[in-house]
Write a protein that binds this ligand. Structure first.
Ligand SMILES: NC(=O)C1=CN([C@@H]2O[C@H](COP(=O)(O)OP(=O)(O)OC[C@H]3O[C@@H](n4cnc5c(N)ncnc54)[C@H](O)[C@@H]3O)[C@@H](O)[C@H]2O)C=CC1
Ligand SMILES: NCC(=O)COP(=O)(O)O
Length: 340
């Protein structure tokens, strides 16, 4: 029975990518996956064309958030945002950017006004949006800006990849590797870890999460011989966090903190840059890991993968990570928070 249940919002992502494919496939698996109702925010015409292309029998119904739950069992409910251009599967184009951005904005607005429980985002192609003048590195930063502008309260977004084998947080996110040492400050590490510790309690039921903090340099600097940031920035941040009662430890050499035994000693790996976190996360669970944004005044999850343009419209895109993202948003929105 889904009538009366607030749906999740699923933004279409780049309509030329695999977002429409995996949304259709996820809806078809709604029963076996125990999926809560979700409202697709995007272009229904693109969905219909993609369903035909993939030979999927998915009734699509244009509706709004209050009616989505009741309709979900029989059709994929869509809050219509027409793209206004011909979208070709696998052929990214700058003219798709407007619809991609509008879908994210609408999903956030529905969530902040209490009409949906959480925002789940399908992948965007960052370079396509940049070409259209989009001023944010990715969803993570854009969502924080939308939340800040809507609520008037500044927020700091924190990216966390969550899979069955690993939770990993990159402290710096979408910046060039050459800029990482400058961007990495004691304050940034402390603020990130505080948000992680708080939200793992509030959203994941982990009262006193163990935060394993990675070093930046090989061997965590080898006592200062291979770089100074580990001793000068990361270590003081950990000391401050521990004084506050956060169970953070390190800095650990990053190359030896992701094997099976090591992962058993912590709940979340705090990493210093994007690939330090996302390489182990995707290597250990590409098909079922979820990208979660902490620190926002609403719940946001996403599949861990990108637009995979080469797979759009082929039937070879797996919907597993999107299904995991929908299930996680559902669980997070029902979580009973705990504090350490
Ligand atoms: N949350 C988001 O919006 C994300 C967006 N991106 C964007 O996606 C675009 C493409 O990035 P790539 O580095 O090529 O990563 P990608 O994740 O799109 O593809 C990497 C590889 O994995 C395969 N793959 C991806 N998703 C799959 C699925 N569901 N089933 C089966 N195979 C799958 C692809 O075919 C490709 O071989 C970029 O513009 C990037 O900015 C990347 C990651 C996350
Ligand atoms: N590599 C992860 C990624 O690019 C996702 O970023 P976002 O769009 O969720 O900010």
């Amino acid at each position: 029975m889904t009538d009366g249940v607030l749906p999740l919002a699923l933004s279409q992502g780049d309509p030329a990518g695999i977002g429409p494919d995996i949304a259709l496939q996820a809806w078809l698996r709604r029963g076996e996956s125990g999926l809560p109702p979700f409202l697709y925010i995007g272009d229904p015409a693109v969905l219909r064309v993609r369903a035909r292309q993939l030979d999927l029998d998915v009734p699509i119904i244009e509706t709004d958030a209050p009616n989505a739950g009741a309709l979900f069992g029989d059709a994929l409910p869509v809050h219509s945002i027409p793209t206004g251009v011909d979208v070709l599967a696998g052929k990214p184009h700058v003219s798709n950017a407007r619809g991609t951005i509008a879908a994210i904005e609408t999903a956030v607005s529905l969530c902040l006004s209490g009409q949906v429980r959480a925002v789940v985002t399908n992948p965007i192609a960052k370079s396509v949006l940049y070409e259209a003048g989009f001023g944010f590195p990715g969803h993570t930063e854009f969502l924080a800006d939308l939340a800040t502008r809507t609520t008037g309260t500044p927020c700091m977004p924190v990216m966390m990849l969550v899979g069955p084998k690993l939770k990993a947080v990159p402290v710096t996110i979408h910046i060039p590797i050459k800029d990482v040492p400058t961007a990495l400050t004691e304050t940034l590490i402390v603020d990130t870890c505080r948000i992680v510790a708080r939200d793992l309690g509030a959203r994941f039921g982990l009262a006193s999460p163990r935060l394993a903090v990675a070093g930046l340099n090989p061997h965590a600097g080898e006592g200062g011989a291979i770089g100074h940031e580990d001793d000068d920035i990361i270590h003081p941040a950990i000391r401050l966090l521990r004084d506050e009662g956060v169970d953070a430890f390190g800095p650990l050499p990053a190359d030896t903190m992701f094997h099976d035994d090591a992962r058993g000693r912590y709940d979340v790996a705090i990493c210093m840059y994007h690939d330090q976190a996302l390489i182990p996360a995707k290597a250990l669970g590409f098909d079922d890991s979820v990208n979660v944004t902490l620190g926002l005044p609403f719940i946001r999850t996403s599949p861990d993968h990108g637009t995979a343009f080469g797979l759009a419209g082929t039937g070879h895109a797996r919907e597993t990570s999107l299904v995991a993202a929908l299930q996680m948003a559902d669980r997070m929105s029902q979580a009973k928070g705990v504090t350490g």
